[in-house]
Ligand binder design. Sequence first.
Ligand code: URA
Length: 239
Amino acid sequence: MGGKIRLDRLIASQMGGVSRADVKKMCLKKRISVNGKLVRRSDAHVDTDDEILLDGKKVEYKKYIYIMLNKPQGVVCSTKEGESRTVIDLVPEKLRRKGLFPAGRLDKDTEGFVLLTDDGELSHKMLSPKSHVPKTYFVRLAKPWDETYKEKFAQGMTIDGGEKCLPAKFEGSGENDRECTLILHEGKFHQVKRMFKKLGNEVVYLRRVAIGNVNLRQDLALGECLEMLHKDVENLLAK
Ligand code: URA
């Protein structure tokens, strides 16, 4: 037994753009069956393990959804509608749900991996300062990096007059002296940019390429989303 829930609530929570009032109409039009029987009342209680069909097609029940987004520049990590497009605007209808929000923010001009979920518990674990989930960034700099950077990041830097950062892992690119990778175990405001500023350099391009052990899929174009597999969701918290 998966647990009892109202039919209209279940369908509206799983299908983007479908309201409870819509489910009521669907029931009246005999479009919904539960375990092989037509259901006339949308307020009927069903089990989340029941076989629910809408127009003969199965309505899957997933308690939470986890979406990998490749965020483009110019889009903000917020759920509020303002002047800018938000990450939520990029989620296709079929993956939309109430309560979807970005678990961790990227700046408007940063690209890359944003996790969108309605799982508050996972999000809390990821964002908690104690969790230390690694986040990997690809960085392009205004000036060449030098050999001292590795040690300075590894020691833990102090930025902006006193904010202490945890040790971070710097890896210069073997091919380009303005490109590198940085792994942080925390997420202070504008942290990557502020750390390189401290070294007298400047970040000109930033992309998050991994969270925990999960890499941003290389075949995911900017602005595109995909639903993550359950085994990958566990890897998000890997240290
Ligand atoms: N650090 C930054 O400076 N910006 C981001 O978007 C993420 C990490």
